[in-house]
Design a protein around this ligand. Structure first.
Ligand SMILES: [Zn+2]
Length: 184
């Protein structure tokens, strides 16, 4: 589970979660979320807490992963036609369990969780793929493949919303017309 925190509020978020009962890490370098010198397949969080030894809450600062969303904390989740942020329970903008499997979108009776809209998520994965091509490129590419495979409805993602170079890469990935790496 990962949360993206507005710049400057990471320590405050960590403190709130710790006071709520989640544990600080006591595993040192052996922790899968350690920032130490071990091979990794995804970026280490700046801070993390534990639910159990194997399960963690990862905290990233916005400028590390979602710098393409200027108004992460304040964007309305019901903006139209191109929201930056949506609710994880949004039945109009997220596929259901029939398409996503598992639980699909969040049930609407849970506490509202704000997530990047589909076009912002694709854009972020491409920016991160460009930045991390030599380190975590396969991780961001697998996220993009997931979006290309499962997010097929125009109601959920209209590729015309993507910035031009992102649209070219995503279209190449979906159609197989060209290597998406040609657009990095
Ligand atoms: Zn840990």
């Amino acid at each position: 589970m990962a949360f993206v925190i507005e710049n400057g509020y990471l320590q405050r978020a960590y403190d709130v979660l710790q006071r709520a009962g989640f544990s600080s890490c006591s595993l040192g370098e052996s922790c899968h979320d350690s920032t130490g010198n071990r091979p990794r397949f995804y970026p280490a969080p700046t801070k993390h807490l534990h639910i159990s030894e194997d399960s963690s809450i990862r905290l990233f600062e916005k400028s590390e992963v979602l710098w393409n969303i200027p108004n992460l904390a304040t964007a309305p989740s019901d903006a139209t036609p191109k929201p930056d942020v949506i609710l994880a329970s949004d039945s109009k903008r997220l596929p259901g369990p029939d398409q996503l499997g598992r639980g699909g979108r969040f049930p609407s009776n849970l506490h509202a969780s704000r997530i990047p809209s589909a076009w912002r998520m694709v854009e972020a994965c491409i920016l991160l793929l460009r930045r991390d091509r030599k380190t975590y490129g396969s991780y961001w590419m697998s996220n993009l493949c997931y979006m290309a495979e499962y997010v097929t409805s125009k109601d959920v993602l209209d590729e015309n919303d993507l910035e031009a170079s992102c649209k070219e890469l995503f279209t190449a990935l979906k159609t197989g017309s060209k290597s998406p790496y040609a657009f990095l």
